[in-house]
Design a protein around this ligand. Structure first.
Ligand SMILES: Cc1cc2nc3c(=O)[nH]c(=O)nc-3n(C[C@H](O)[C@H](O)[C@H](O)COP(=O)(O)OP(=O)(O)OC[C@H]3O[C@@H](n4cnc5c(N)ncnc54)[C@H](O)[C@@H]3O)c2cc1C
Length: 415
């Protein structure tokens, strides 16, 4: 039976990044996923933005009017599946409490410490993997339709400025110079110039996986639910048989909560589901970078497969069947703003953003479970934060100085 130093469970952006960062610190690593492949779930279908402007977590609405609008599914930025409410209400309540202005500010300060290194860690991986061409420069744009939207976009951007976020405010003419195929509904925009974006998140993730294997890592098919304590370490069953290791990392994205519960650690896990659909561009029209239709709350990103429209948060149980309701609400807004022609996918793709109520990930040792480490809950920003979270975790595991104080990410905050 072959052993390894570390088993990383889950091969999304978070898991593959942790595996690479541990490998870079001299550990032998096996990456285990039930698909036996990298970036096959949530990491496959996102909007492709390495959100280096991301400071403040997306907060639960606080104003009574906004809450009412959201509750009645009148705000297109989110969608609630009513039959799921009894199950997800405890999570939503904790999310509401964690969204107070003071807590949001505190989360922003913490998040900044990570986000600061997000692009450089991606670029280092992509360069080593030979996939630098999958990272596009040119940033991304928030487009507003009304002066009210403009005020909101500017206020958000200004709030982030002291944290080092840079942006340009675009008049309609300046916006059209960058994205000439937006419709007359676009009044102007806020352009975040520095975030890299990708035209194919899955290909980027796979290139990181290939790099890991090239460097001697093993990518195995196996079920994380078979993880158990074995001697001084852990063992998991893979297609190649039982695999023992001194240490294990849980990076199962939206499936992390279940495994932790089976090991005796209950965390207030929730998901914000989201969909994508690809469209052919109309004629020779297109986009050069991702664009968010701010007041309607969806994004369109130019991807290898076409123009990818991604939806905001659908509040439902993780395993509820997919529903076309949210995408169907948003598509008409997309068609009036962007040059979208026919759909290219037979069905909308469904992904599940893994969330904890304070919208901070858990990164660090598992309480009371020696040799088990946690790296999950990256909500809207798992593509962005995968590589840098992996670095923070690997630094902790290797006993190195860490890039920032990891205390705010400890699982014990939910004790
Ligand atoms: C519509 C949408 C748009 C988004 N846009 C962006 C964006 O622009 N920028 C950004 O930074 N983030 C974005 N996100 C969020 C981002 O995609 C996620 O945060 C990220 O993919 C989570 O990565 P992960 O590795 O934690 O989880 P996943 O990618 O879901 O990986 C978890 C892995 O665990 C495996 N697994 C599950 N159960 C088991 C088991 N029992 N045994 C073994 N393996 C198992 C799965 O097969 C999977 O490969 C978006 C998300 C959505 C839904």
């Amino acid at each position: 039976m072959r052993t390894t130093d570390v088993i990383v469970l889950g091969a999304g952006f978070v898991g593959v990044s942790a595996a690479l960062q541990l490998q870079a610190r001299g550990r032998s690593v096996a990456l285990v996923d039930r698909l036996g492949a990298v970036a096959g779930e949530t990491s496959l279908g996102n909007s492709g933005i390495v959100q280096t402007e991301a400071v403040f977590p997306y907060a639960f609405p606080r104003a009574p009017g906004e809450i009412l609008n959201a509750a009645l599914n009148r705000d297109p930025r989110a969608h609630i599946k009513y039959s799921a409410l009894p199950s997800i209400a405890p999570f939503l309540w904790r999310y509401f409490l964690a969204s107070s202005p003071a807590k949001r500010l505190a989360s922003g300060r913490v998040m900044r410490g990570l986000v600061e290194y997000a692009a450089s860690e991606h670029r280092a991986f992509a360069q080593a993997a030979g996939s630098g061409a999958l990272l596009r420069e040119g940033g991304w744009i928030k487009v507003f339709r009304t002066s009210r939207g403009r005020d909101a976009a500017l206020a958000d951007a200004e709030e982030a400025r002291p944290y080092g976020v840079t942006f340009d405010v675009l008049s309609r003419e300046q916006l059209l110079a960058l994205e000439p195929h937006l419709s007359e509904l676009a009044l102007g925009g806020v352009h975040f110039m520095s975030p890299p974006t990708t035209s194919d998140p899955q290909a980027l993730g796979k290139s990181y996986g290939d790099l890991f294997v090239e460097r001697g890592g093993r990518l195995l098919k196996g079920d994380a639910r078979s993880l158990s304590v074995s001697g001084a370490g852990w063992v998991v069953t893979t297609e190649e048989g039982p695999l023992p290791a001194r240490e294990a990392v849980v990076a199962l994205g939206p499936w992390s909560g279940e495994l932790m519960r089976s090991l005796g650690l209950r965390l207030p896990f929730g998901v914000k589901r989201g969909y994508h659909m690809h469209y052919a561009p109309r004629g020779n029209a297109g986009l050069s970078r991702p664009v968010l239709d701010l007041e309607k709350g969806y994004l369109v990103t130019p991807m290898a497969r076409g123009l990818r429209l991604t939806t905001g948060a659908e509040f439902a149980r993780r395993d509820d069947p997919p529903s076309s309701a949210h995408l169907d609400r948003l598509e008409p807004f997309g068609r009036e703003m962007f040059p979208l022609a026919e759909r290219r996918d037979a069905e909308p793709w469904l992904g599940r953003r893994p969330c904890l109520p304070d919208m901070l990930p858990v990164i660090g040792p598992a309480p009371r479970l020696k040799g088990l480490w946690l790296d999950f809950g990256h909500q809207h920003w798992g593509l962005t934060l995968g590589p840098v979270s992996g670095r923070l975790l690997a630094e902790m595991m290797a006993g190195e100085p860490t890039l920032m104080n990891p205390a705010p990410f400890r699982a014990e905050r939910f004790a």
